[in-house]
Design a binder for this molecule. Structure first.
Ligand code: PLP
Length: 432
């Protein structure tokens, strides 16, 4: 474990959370494939279970390889601690369930990844947690949908597939005096957006995407910004301020006093992950650590290539409109300029003349870009959301999520830009 505090993302990615293995001097983080850990004594075990000290108990709840990834991502995001999970889906579910129960509600942006939208609309509502979807264009919509049972606000920073940047500070400022934290999904914009510096309290990532970067494994992570005063709002946030009968009556905001502002994430680990069990495999954590090492380089290259493709498409006679935060106009541009720095990433969408049939023909004609349900890979990828990722949404929901029938989504990779554009060009020609 390295205890140096680094400030620059490229150094943090390589050096935070790890120096070498103390017994072997191994520089690379070992993959700790162990289910459990030998306790030093019964007192040691009892102390760990009682949270008297933090340490390894069982790999469903914590693992040393995962801990290195968690330290690195927390530091990159500017938060205090993180929790690795089996998928991005587990991260969004636990992030919300950690604060809410039957009869409660959250207010969420309608501009969400289709899988998150389904999770909120169906399983969470079946569990009695109502999700009120609002158009994030006007932040006041969050205020209007709030009542005394609202436990959190939720948005996607660079929402897939509309790519209109979420008004982080505006919505966080509405919630903070009421004791309502803003949770954001920062999957599409790691490093180029730092949500905590704009007032978000919690961020999540699907590490499957840019953090992994190589399309090898599924994972998710929740990061606690450590910047939200849970204790000031005992009625609004009972899960963190009232005795938790699920953990021997502990009051989380009290229990963490000697450890720092980690009430939210410690509860997520020791109740949500312990009880629901969507643990990240240490092998996947190892792969995500490898991905992180080049994340700064890749995000720069994705951003340079993404902008070039957006500009190319904007000037193409076959293209009706392009959705890319780097070429946005008006309010969308103002928000992109305010919240993103160092680039706009590799995700964009466009609508071809000829609607749904032309969109499908374009996808079917691609030779180098992969046609897959993924984003954030080093390779360039394409998909038609209305028939795949967003296929379970009805027409009205599709429109409110920013998906029109002929819309094509691209995740631009780090290949040479000439080869990317050549493939898009020949596919557009065949789609006429
Ligand atoms: N959030 C966003 C923005 C996503 O794009 C995805 C998956 O595509 C998820 C969350 C879910 O992540 P996972 O597929 O790792 O469960």
């Amino acid at each position: 474990m390295s205890d140096k505090i680094y400030k620059n993302p490229s150094t943090i990615a390589l050096h935070t959370g790890w120096r070498k293995d103390e017994t072997t001097n191994s520089v690379t983080v070992p993959i700790h494939m162990t289910s459990s850990y030998q306790f030093d004594s019964t007192d040691h075990a009892a102390n760990l279970f009682a949270l008297g000290e933090l340490g390894n108990i069982y790999s469903r709840i914590m693992n040393p390889t995962n801990a290195v990834l968690e330290d690195k991502v927390a530091a990159l995001e500017g938060g205090v601690a993180a929790l690795g999970l089996a998928s991005g889906q587990a991260a969004s579910a636990y992030a919300v369930q950690n604060l809410s129960t039957q009869g409660d509600n959250i207010v969420a942006s309608s501009h969400l990844y289709g899988g998150t939208y389904n999770q909120f609309k169906n399983p969470l509502s079946d569990m009695g947690i109502e999700v009120r979807f609002v158009d994030p264009g006007d932040p006041e919509n969050f205020s209007k949908a709030t009542d005394e049972k609202t436990r959190a606000y939720y948005g996607e920073v660079l929402p897939n597939p509309s790519f209109e940047v979420f008004p982080i500070e505006e919505v966080a400022n509405i919630g903070r005096p009421l004791g309502i934290p803003l949770i954001v999904d920062n999957t599409a914009s790691p490093l180029i957006c730092r949500p905590f510096s704009h007032g978000a309290a919690v961020s999540i990532h699907s590490t499957t995407k840019y953090i992994g970067g190589h399309g090898t494994s599924i994972g998710g992570i929740i990061v606690d910004g450590g910047n939200f005063d849970w204790e000031a709002h005992p009625e609004r946030q009972p899960k963190l301020n009232k005795p938790d009968l699920n953990y021997d009556g502990v009051v989380w905001t009290e229990a963490v006093k000697p450890m720092g502002p980690i009430a939210y994430i410690l509860k997520a680990r020791t109740t949500m992950l312990r009880d629901m069990g969507a643990a990240m495999s240490p092998f996947n954590a190892f792969l995500f650590i490898q991905g992180l090492e080049t994340l700064t380089l890749r995000m720069k290259e994705h951003s340079v290539n993404g902008l070039k493709v957006a500009q190319y498409l904007e000037n193409h006679p076959m293209v009706q409109r392009v959705a890319y935060s780097g070429t946005a106009k008006g309010l969308a541009k103002e928000r992109a300029d305010k919240y993103l720095s160092g680039g706009h990433g590799g995700l964009l969408g466009f609508e071809i003349n000829g609607g749904i049939e032309a969109g499908k023909a374009f996808i079917n004609s691609l030779e180098m870009l992969y046609h897959v349900a993924n984003i954030g890979d080093s390779r360039s990828l394409a998909i038609h959301p209305a028939s795949t990722t967003h296929s379970q949404l009805n027409e009205e929901e599709l429109l409110s999520a920013g998906v029109s029938p002929g819309y094509v989504r691209l995740s631009i990779g780090i290949e040479h830009i000439d080869d990317i554009i050549a493939d898009i060009e020949q596919a557009l020609e065949k789609a006429v």
